[in-house]
Design a protein around this ligand. Structure first.
Ligand SMILES: Nc1ncnc2c1ncn2[C@@H]1O[C@H](COP(=O)(O)OP(=O)(O)O)[C@@H](O)[C@H]1O
Ligand SMILES: [Mg+2]
Length: 407
């Protein structure tokens, strides 16, 4: 068992006895985790599968390895001997994390939670059957015939998703009970999975009223781990499967937000460990409030908290994983965020153009991730905007984003 410490000191990076963090995954979320860690004098080591990933630009050291190779992951961690291991992506060898945890390393939030959360089938069983939180109707399948049965059982329209994938990869909506279409959809889903699994989850496709990310976090309190929840972030995807816009606070009723927060707390406590969890919750047009999935780490839609909250989701995560207290941050101002994607394939050292006009708008800010090359639909930057209210913040963010192109 790893025991948690209540930390009463910070240290000097590179010299003496630094506090060391190994970040497994160095994307834009990792970059902000690294910056917040640097602010507290933590020595930051970033590991990713390609060189000069965003977080590597703000790290003390960096490693480029195959993150799914347990030997590679363990050799970096054992060499660095960090105080804390912070996974930032799902595509990491969880065998390595479990092994490292059993050797006494602190894995965030904990190795088992990482394993459950990266697998849609495990996660759904855990949430719906173990914790008893409400979810969409679902069924599982591992071959085309089972997929047909699963879709019939769940009803139409339904959504087939591979057991493991992220950013909507391999999601297929099926609208009618046609076995040939279902079988094709199943093959598409498994061919876009991470790894070789042939298993899928079939979910009832619900008509969304809106979506929330409930940022819930666990930190070391005076005598026990404390669970706290931020005001839900609301986001809208315009029928796509990836993050486009998010804002905070939500204008939905206190009752709805309260139920969403309850789900966040249940799921975070169920998974346990330390750090922040992005708990994804659906509000259906029929009024149902349902758990969808959870990222045991900061969430892309939560980037808006860099503009809206006293402590961003990244600052919260860093404090929590270091054993520092994290009193609930207040919302300082309504704010919105918009992700900037590129549709260009393989541009080396792209430029983010249009920023002069964008930044002329009062209350607008941008984070450029610094990814060294593009591919189609890659996220390259995020626009943040503050406003008197959500409508104004969103309007400013949209206006600013409309000026920006990646070339
Ligand atoms: N059962 C569903 N019904 C309707 N929309 C869904 C359903 N599941 C997912 N979606 C939509 O797809 C998005 C991505 O799905 P999600 O399961 O969160 O995958 P990912 O791991 O790629 O984020 C959700 O945010 C939501 O907009
Ligand atoms: Mg999701």
């Amino acid at each position: 068992m790893v025991s948690y410490i209540r930390r009463d000191y910070l240290a000097t990076p590179m010299f003496g006895k630094p506090i060391k963090m190994v970040l497994l995954g160095g994307g834009e979320l990792g970059k902000e985790i690294a910056i917040e860690s640097q602010r507290l004098g933590v020595e930051v080591i970033v590991v990713d599968r390609y060189d000069w990933a965003p977080a590597m630009h703000v790290a003390h050291r960096r490693y480029v390895i195959d993150m799914l190779n347990p030997v590679a992951v363990k050799s970096v961690v054992e060499k660095e001997n960090p105080d804390v291991i912070v996974p930032e992506i799902e595509a990491i060898s969880y065998e390595a994390l479990e092994d490292l945890e059993s050797k006494g390393f602190l894995v965030i939030p904990n190795a088992k939670a990482v394993r459950i959360a990266m697998n849609r089938i495990e996660l759904r069983k855990f949430a719906a059957e173990t914790l008893g939180v409400p979810t969409t109707r679902y069924s599982f399948a591992e071959n085309p015939d089972e997929a047909v049965d699963a879709c019939d059982k769940v009803g139409y329209p339904c959504l087939i998703k591979p057991e493991m994938s992220s950013s909507g990869h391999g999601h297929v909506k099926v609208v009618e009970p046609n076995p040939n279409i279902v079988k094709k959809a199943y093959e598409y889903a498994v061919s876009h999975a991470r790894g070789r699994s042939r298993r899928v989850i079939v979910e009832e496709f619900i008509q969304l009223e809106t979506e929330f990310t409930v940022l819930t976090y666990r930190y070391v309190g005076d005598s026990a781990v404390v669970t706290e929840v931020c005001e839900p972030v609301e986001h809208w995807r315009y029928g796509k499967y990836h993050y486009i816009e998010s804002w905070q606070p939500s204008k939905k009723s206190r009752e709805i937000l309260g139920k969403a927060k309850e789900i966040g707390i249940k799921v975070a406590n169920g998974l346990g460990g330390l750090g922040i969890f992005g708990v994804e919750v659906f509000l259906g047009k029929d009024g149902r409030i349902l758990f969808s999935e959870v990222a045991p780490r900061p969430h892309d839609t939560g980037m808006v908290t860099m503009a809206s909250q006293e402590l961003s989701e990244f600052a919260i995560h860093v404090r929590a994983v270091l054993g520092l207290p994290v009193p609930k941050p207040r919302i300082l101002t309504p704010a919105a965020s918009i992700a900037i994607y590129t549709d260009k394939e393989n541009i080396w050292a792209p430029r983010i153009i249009g920023v002069y006009e964008a930044l002329k708008i009062e209350g607008v800010d941008i984070r450029v991730f610094g990814k060294p090359f593009t591919y189609r639909d890659r996220r390259m930057a995020v626009v943040l905007a503050r406003g008197r209210d959500i409508d104004e913040a969103l309007e400013k963010a949209r206006k600013a984003a409309s000026y920006i192109v990646v070339e």
